[in-house]
Design a protein around this ligand. Structure first.
Ligand code: PHE
Length: 342
């Protein structure tokens, strides 16, 4: 038996040297140490060895087993190192300094402006709220003082779902939930995507973004509203811009206004983006109607507040000089990837 052990050791050494890849190493392991492997066979045969030799033989076989295990482990390590080296050598055939043609990702301009506005309003003590895109008729209309059959509903041609819910036509749909969530006093902005069944042209889209803001406290007045809007706009445009207030009707504000800014594309001369008027309707606003406060659980005798519904999409067009609103939903990376963080 001693000779068999020595012969096995000899053949193992030879074969080990030949094993040049992981597969060969594994085959070798099975051949020697597997269930039907030769070393395993020797151990099995130990029961037939004469009693006085059993101990010595056992030790010798176990010694061989150990050598086989260690030999294979060392060889596997060598193989892995060689494989890695081969990979690196292959990789070196590429010139790492060559341009790849891959371009850096970029944020959508609406995201950029939204974040900028969030920062400005956060610095003025406003919280930023997220809200649903599918809402109830109550949230979108009734809670903001637009009862069923009110003609103001015609201003917002709505996409209704078969379950009676609808795609929110304005961010005002979140007012009620936010008033209820925080009560008074409160300052919050809530950006969101809105949907209206509109014919599209250079300044109308059926899908667009607004950013609503409300502030409720004791003695809030139109002066506060004008202050916050002016502060925000001058920061966004980094310069003084012309604004004008016109009376505007929205059932959820009283009094209500339209805040316009001079068209930055044509400088006020008139172009398709401003329907040749020189002004762009940017931001309807007003003092929150007492009915809206009541519906939100706030006592209108004690608190007043302002609300504005900033046309975020429109603001983006102004800020970056986007002439056609449809570019913004186009998925055209050539157009949309030009906007970077400032
Ligand atoms: N929700 C109105 C709209 O989309 C805008 C608005 C908001 C007006 C807040 C006044 C106050 O038309």
């Amino acid at each position: 038996m001693k000779e068999t052990i020595d012969a096995l050791r000899e053949s193992f050494r030879r074969e080990l040297e030949q094993a040049r890849d992981s597969e060969a190493a594994e085959k070798l392991r099975v051949a020697y140490l597997g269930k039907k492997g030769s070393v395993t066979g020797l151990l099995k045969g130990l029961k037939d060895v004469a009693a006085d030799q059993k101990k010595a033989m056992g030790q010798a076989i176990n010694q061989l087993k150990k050598e086989v295990e260690e030999g294979i482990a060392a060889q596997v390590e060598k193989i892995h190192a060689a494989e890695e080296e081969a990979l690196v050598a292959a990789a070196e055939q590429y010139d790492v300094s060559l341009p790849t043609g891959e371009s850096e990702g970029s944020y959508h301009p609406i995201t950029l402006v939204q974040r900028e506005l969030e920062e400005i309003f956060a610095s003025m003590g406003f919280t930023i709220e997220d809200y649903k895109e599918i809402v109830t008729d109550y949230e979108c209309f009734e809670a903001v003082n637009i009862p069923k059959d009110h003609p103001a509903r015609d201003m917002q041609d709505t996409y209704y779902l078969s379950n009676g819910q609808l795609l929110k036509t304005h961010t005002s749909a979140a007012q009620n939930a936010i008033l209820r969530k925080y009560g008074a006093p409160l300052r919050a902005i809530f950006p969101g995507r809105c949907f209206r069944n509109e014919a599209t042209d250079a300044c109308h889209e059926n899908t667009f973004f607004q950013m609503e803001g409300i502030m409720v406290d004791k003695n809030i007045s139109i002066a506060n509203l004008i202050y916050f809007m002016k502060t925000m706009l001058s920061q966004v445009f980094q310069r003084d811009i012309n604004v004008r207030l016109r009376p505007g009707f929205f059932p959820f504000v009283e009094p209500g206004f339209e805040m316009d800014i001079s068209c930055l594309i044509c400088g006020g001369e008139g172009c398709p983006s401003c329907k040749n008027s020189g002004w762009l309707e940017l931001c309807p606003c007003g003092m929150i109607h007492p009915n809206v406060l009541k519906a939100g659980g706030v006592d209108p005798e004690e608190y007043t507040g302002f609300a504005f519904g900033l046309g975020l999409t429109r603001l983006v067009m102004m800020k970056y000089g986007v002439k056609d609103i449809r570019d913004l939903n186009s998925g055209n990376l050539k157009a949309l990837s030009q906007f970077k963080h400032e």
